[in-house]
Design a protein around this ligand. Sequence first.
Ligand code: ATP
Ligand code: RIB
Length: 312
Amino acid sequence: MKKRILVIGSLNVDAVIEMKKMPQVGETILGSKVTYIPGGKGANQVCTVARLGDNGKILGCIGQDHFGKMQENSLLHSGVDISTIKKSDSAATGMASIYVDEEGNNSIVVVPGANAECDVNYIGELDKVIQESDYIILQMEIPIASITYAIERAKELNKIVILNPAPAPDHISGELLEKIDYITPNETELMRLCGKRGNAVEDYRNCAKELLQKGVKNVLVTLGNQGALLVNAGMEKIFPARKVLAVDTTAAGDCFNGAFVVALSEGKDVEEAIIFANAASSIAVTRNGAQTSIPTRQETDEIFEQMMSVKK
Ligand code: ATP
Ligand code: RIB
């Protein structure tokens, strides 16, 4: 039977402001363009799940406003079942203000808004959705109490849990780490979780091993244009990225995570699933925006086949 994927996380609108150079503290500059694009780590991941697989539900909360509608339309159009999304009576849809400079660097400030109402009560009320799912994937733009509750409940029900610790907190408790099947930080998130400094692959391996010792089963670190590093009890391996001309990396990590869980849910082994995720996100970085950059299944399969043939 087909495996089901549930995303629990944030839904935002991204106000993408383009400029030549990032402003300094205290400086006012003129930007060149502003675009409103559906985003949010949870929404981007479920969008990827639906475009690449053909299912995907999300537990998360939007406001009853224009941006909430924009988000619903984008997800609906991608094939997401939006029936479980909560609508706040009072809060506005979460907003990410994304500054992008001429070189494609970005800096992001997220105001959670309605995402703060993705609370334990709401998740508890939709317990049936957790029960019916096989893979549960979460990020960290909703309240930590909700994340903790959902992971504990998912594990009670023997589900596979993937945590994308973004944005990364300084610490995740050992009791929670023990319940995580796959943790998927980028390099900076990994170092922050371990409270260490360093930017060499050796540093990442050491931190990943620390997380393994604390009970996580697999640590999968995304390394931007270098690909991804998998560390688990039996393997330490880098999966190189495809060489592309990246124009905007917003949601690269979300696309990677969504594609990874789709591949696992289809029965690909973990190595193939990482190659599939590298394939999908290598396409996303060649396009602007968050959900606007997520590829189709056909596009991803073509690149995946090429990457698999290079591997053989
Ligand atoms: P973001 O926060 O921008 O969404 P992230 O920091 O969470 O992204 P990254 O590690 O930058 O995630 O990228 C995720 C994946 O996207 C990488 O593992 C890689 O597969 C792919 N990727 C990112 N940048 C590039 C690039 N320049 N060329 C090819 N693939 C890339
Ligand atoms: O990962 C990219 C996402 O982070 C953006 O879409 C923005 O909304 C923030 O949540």
